[in-house]
Design a protein around this ligand. Sequence first.
Ligand SMILES: C[S@@+](CC[C@H](N)C(=O)[O-])C[C@H]1O[C@@H](n2cnc3c(N)ncnc32)[C@H](O)[C@@H]1O
Length: 258
Amino acid sequence: MRLRGKKGTRDELERQTDLIVLDPRTYKGRWAQRFGNGNPIHVELGMGKGRFITQLSAQNPDINYIGIDMFDQLLHRGAGKAVKARAEHGRPELNNLALVLFNIEHIEDIFAEDELERVYLNFSDPWPKKRHHRRRLTHPNFVRKYIRMLNNNGEIHFKTDSEMLFEFSLNSFADLGLRMRNITLSLHRDGNPAFNVMTEYEAKFVEQGKPIYRCEVVIGKAALDRHEEALAQADKPAEKPADKPADKPEGNSAVQEP
Ligand SMILES: C[S@@+](CC[C@H](N)C(=O)[O-])C[C@H]1O[C@@H](n2cnc3c(N)ncnc32)[C@H](O)[C@@H]1O
């Protein structure tokens, strides 16, 4: 992402204490206090210009959102989008979003064990050279950190346009023995699904006709139990209404399945 520097941006960020967090280490284990409630916390790692996290936070007032990036300019853009998204949703008073300036490599310095419910990884830098593979945000070294920070309901939601990164990530999750679901090689095959909020990068790639790869990783025990239950329900044969006679075999009724 190319960024043009702008004088005074840091001063502006320092003034926006309601949205911007420049000292996130001080909130490790205390994010609930910052938000003033015990609502679940969802984090986007590498939020870019912030379209995704600002839209979600305006849509879901009962979830606390944290967007993280390492560039002043991006946080500044994100803050502007947050104000706009709240106004569009008629919720200017919302206080469920924090935009954090931080290097994700040290993510364990700002979140305590079990502090998060969801980690979003959207169009993370693919780092295509093999010698850089440890920098990929889905490398097992990173994923182990996320697992520690995620609680009983914890999940990772990951989407990318990079076939290489998707392949690498599925292997990384599998190597850690993690459970994946809703894997798709073309999220937009039948148009944008109702649940999906697009990121800036995603909108650009979809316009270019590129496929978007996506999967969810189910981490927490309660999340796994819910997933198992949903699978069992989906597997059950549909019940016939009591007053409807059982279907007769078609054709010669003497011919029966053994
Ligand atoms: C390709 S962009 C995707 C932005 C956004 N998620 C989207 O889909 O539009 C990746 C973003 O991750 C951020 N990023 C990459 N590595 C990071 C790190 N170690 N710490 C913080 N942010 C990082 C970059 O600054 C950039 O904004």
